[in-house]
Design a binder for this molecule. Structure first.
Ligand SMILES: [Zn+2]
Length: 199
């Protein structure tokens, strides 16, 4: 790409910063953008801006929302005695798609990763504890990913929650160790919710 215009090189640079996008893919995406119509390109740019301007974290569960509170927290039909703890909003979306869980969620916005300098204070643990202390919650279900760091995070949380009067369970291990919630299929997720066990 030595002879390309500065604009194209700049676009390739930005694509390279996206997760999972190497130099080759970035170049392919940039050339794709060059080929699409101006309205299409504008729509893409608008979609990116709109996400940045309108989407925030739910002030209760840290799911993505366009208001103060997400639709799940606002839904009065959901079972408020259970909170399923996940790492990322995309894990929550995967579980919602499975459709067999009617409780609330709490999104940690990451997992403990000491080697990367991610400690408890970088996650939303404090506000999870506050939700438990507020009294309505009877069960916390650990839905962190079955990876070394996900398990470590669940263990850390269960220790903290042991001091509060709440049952701690975790999703059944139907999901192969090391795989990630967001890639699990609907049946696996439903089984994992139905077969949850004491932590
Ligand atoms: Zn919420």
């Amino acid at each position: 790409m030595d002879q390309v215009s500065e604009s194209v090189a700049n676009l390739v640079d930005h694509f390279t910063k996206l997760p999972g996008i190497g130099k080759k893919s970035a170049e392919r995406l940039a050339y794709h953008i060059l080929r699409i119509s101006e309205p299409e390109a504008n729509a893409l740019a608008d979609a990116i801006l709109s996400v940045k301007q309108n989407v925030a974290y739910c002030k209760t569960c840290y799911n993505l929302t366009e208001g103060e509170q997400c639709g799940i927290c606002r839904d009065t039909k959901r079972d408020r005695s259970r909170i399923l703890v996940v790492e990322q909003p995309r894990d929550l979306m995967a579980l919602e798609t499975a459709g067999s869980y009617g409780g609330l969620y709490h999104v940690l916005l990451g997992r403990l990763a000491p080697l990367e300098g991610i400690g408890p204070e970088q996650l939303t643990i404090e506000s999870l504890c506050q939700r438990v202390k507020d009294g309505e919650v009877e069960e916390i279900i650990m839905g962190t990913n079955p990876t070394l760091e996900g398990d470590g995070t669940a263990l850390y949380l269960s220790n903290i929650l042991a001091d509060l009067s709440v049952n701690v369970t975790r999703l059944a291990r139907g999901i192969t160790s090391g795989s990630v919630l967001e890639h699990a299929n609907r049946e696996m997720l439903s089984d994992a919710i139905a077969g949850r066990q004491p932590f």
